[in-house]
Design a protein. Structure first.
Length: 438
């Protein structure tokens, strides 16, 4: 069933013509107090029975806000019963027409306007109202559909909020609607960008065909630079977007070795990356996820320093992406405190050439090797109490949710320790920050 919405002004003939051509099951008039009688006359002339039409009155016909509100009421009411809604905005004041069109945006309505074939069909030398007998229905298209405005906006908003699957869905919907080749090219590049950051956010270093993320982003930058439209559009609307991607490329070159093979020199750059990831979870309101990552950050801080002490076995790191301490490398340090400490550890006694340790023992070993921040951590009951909230979390061993305040406090504490292990931390966190459409 189909319904017709008409904005009603002082000229009945074009609206009568519209009803005759559209032949709706139901007609809804958007009227001012002055056009109530005209709408009723149109209904009579058009042969509409009392149950085939209805009037909605805009009390202030010069108010865009009032017209929009009443138009929304009409559309919401019709949606309950009619699967096809057509909007004709020929009559009424400019605020009434504007309010009706704005209310219909995104509602999958169709549009029309009653005009003429040529200027001879209007009075006042072609600038006045349409003359009877010269009417012509002129179908209009929703610009929001033609330019996929809502899909673009939603896609960019979801990207900014790290909702990458939702961003992909909206950008793909945009491609289905777009006719402009320039806009299609733009949204296709957006999709490529979303795919990379989706992989990165999931801790992936390589994409399809084992290409590293930095090489994929470099290719995207080349595509942007080769398109005058896309390059100018991004520079004018989001001037920091391309520069931040370029910063990301430089960071990823440091973090990801050729073909994604893990090397000892890559390890420190995982720390700023993981801290950024944890803060993105805080921004999303996923505090349990954030604290789980921050717990891993505290462990990674120690592993970064153990790597710098040259006691992490590189072969195992490359093959299994695991941190194992090489016994011979540890002995080569000739540190009596460290040697004495590990003698009673089951991990050390019951292992072969290498052994692994957890968070606490990593810091105990670093403390024995002389690390001041490790000594500070072992004496810091506050951060250990906050880290224990992870164990009580539903994502670990308990059922207790973590709130924003606790997540943000722990984040601040972890960053403080991370800077001790990696003095240039903030610089690289900035380089690794995801770009945003803003």
């Amino acid at each position: 069933m189909k319904a017709l919405i008409l904005s009603c002004g002082g000229s009945p003939e074009p609206l009568i013509f519209c009803i005759e051509n559209f032949n709706p099951d139901f007609t809804y008039f958007l009227c001012s107090n002055d056009s109530i009688g005209i709408a009723q006359d149109i209904a009579i002339v058009s042969g509409l029975s009392e149950d085939q039409f209805k009037l909605k009155i805009v009390q202030n016909h010069e108010s865009l806000e009032d017209a929009f509100a009443k138009s929304r009421e009409i559309i919401l009411e019709l949606r309950k019963e009619y699967d096809e809604i057509h909007v004709d905005f020929t009559g009424g004041t400019k605020p009434m027409v504007s309010g009706l069109v704005l209310a219909a945006i995104g509602e999958e309505c169709t549009y029309s306007y009653v005009g003429t074939e040529n200027l001879a069909g209007r009075d006042k030398n072609g600038l006045g109202i349409v003359q009877t007998g010269f009417e012509k229905i002129k179908d209009q298209r929703d610009p929001y559909d033609v330019f996929a405005v809502m899909e673009f906006n939603r896609g960019m908003d979801f990207f900014n909020k790290y909702q990458f699957e939702a961003a992909k869905t909206n950008f793909m919907k945009a491609i289905e609607k777009l006719e402009s080749e320039n806009l299609k090219e733009l949204v296709e590049i957006y999709l490529e960008i979303v795919n990379v950051y989706d992989l990165w956010d999931k801790f992936k270093n390589v994409g399809e065909e084992k290409k590293t993320l930095n090489s994929i982003l470099s290719k995207i930058i080349d595509e942007i630079n080769s398109s005058q439209y896309v390059k100018e559009y991004l520079n004018e609307n989001f001037p920091e977007f391309i520069p931040q991607i370029q910063e990301n490329i430089e960071f990823l070159k440091l973090k990801i070795s050729r073909r994604g093979v893990l090397k000892l020199t890559d390890v420190p750059y995982y720390l700023p990356d993981l801290l950024n990831n944890s803060y993105r979870r805080i921004e999303e309101g996923k505090y349990d996820d954030a604290v789980a990552r921050l717990y891993r950050c505290i462990e990674l801080i120690a592993q970064v320093t153990l790597t710098e002490e040259k006691i992490i076995d590189e072969n195992i790191l490359k093959s299994n992406a695991e941190f194992k301490i090489n016994k011979n490398d540890l002995k080569a340090k000739y540190n009596a405190d460290a040697d004495f400490l590990v003698q009673d550890w089951n991990e050390y006694v019951n292992s072969g050439k290498t052994f692994g340790v957890g968070l606490k023992k990593s810091y105990e070993l670093l403390s024995a090797l002389g690390s001041q921040y490790a000594k500070n951590y072992l004496a810091d009951e506050d951060i250990k109490n906050n880290l224990s909230s992870r164990n009580r979390s539903i994502l670990a061993h308990g059922l207790q949710p973590i709130d924003k305040e606790k997540a943000e406090k722990l984040y601040s504490q972890v960053v403080t320790y991370a800077k001790r292990a990696f003095p240039d931390l903030i610089k690289y966190m900035d380089m690794a920050e995801f770009p945003k459409f803003e």
